[in-house]
Design a protein around this ligand. Structure first.
Ligand code: 5GP
Length: 178
């Protein structure tokens, strides 16, 4: 698996530190509020698990699975819900926990979809942001790292379902997907 990685972009230690900072910020901002974290599967699994352990206020967690790129590295813009939330979010404070914002199409769909369920508020936490490739404007509220326009894997992010279990975020060698 390591031989497919060109270089490490974010080390395990850097991710850990930043996720702890985001958790502290979220704990302050939502103190006294009824907060639901919505993990977007599968990519945000590791981020959700670590972020939630750095949030010191009570939270509910729910999960939504959506279709991703499959074995491609570009977003089609077509998003499909594979698994919906267990519970309604009306009148609750909702924080979407996402792995990466690239074109922004996935989050645009999610924001439209979840807004229609009338939450008290709706915000976005993303571990990674690739602003260079944005197609639709998306404002994230909690942002781990801005990264260059490279295809990354690890810490939940896959290529064709592989590499999610790498503890760091690395740039995949282009010959692996070309
Ligand atoms: P968007 O709709 O913003 O273009 O893409 C969002 C989704 O595409 C992310 O949730 C993620 O699953 C996938 N994605 C975007 N960029 C990357 C990347 O560099 N590496 C991986 N593994 N997935 C990505």
């Amino acid at each position: 698996m390591l031989e497919d990685i060109d270089r490490v972009l974010l080390t395990e230690e850097e991710i850990k530190e930043r996720v702890a900072e985001l958790g502290a910020e979220i704990s302050r901002d939502y103190a006294g509020k009824d907060l639901v974290l919505i993990c977007i599967l599968k990519g945000a699994l590791h981020f959700m698990a670590d972020l939630s352990r750095h949030i010191s206020i009570p939270v509910d967690m729910d999960f939504m699975a959506i279709s991703s790129y499959g074995a491609s590295t570009k977003s089609s813009g077509e998003v499909r819900i594979l698994q919906d939330l267990d519970a309604p979010i009306a009148n609750r404070h909702v924080l979407i926990v996402e792995d990466i914002v690239d074109s922004g199409l996935t989050l645009k769909y999610l924001v439209d979809n979840l807004s229609s369920r009338r939450p008290a508020s709706l915000k976005i936490a993303t571990l990674l942001d690739k602003p260079a490739r944005r197609v639709v404007p998306i404002t994230t509220d909690y942002n781990g790292f801005q990264i260059p326009d490279e295809f990354v894997v690890g810490y939940g992010l896959d290529y064709a379902e592989k590499y999610r279990n790498l503890p760091f975020i690395g740039i995949l060698k282009p010959e692996v997907y070309k």
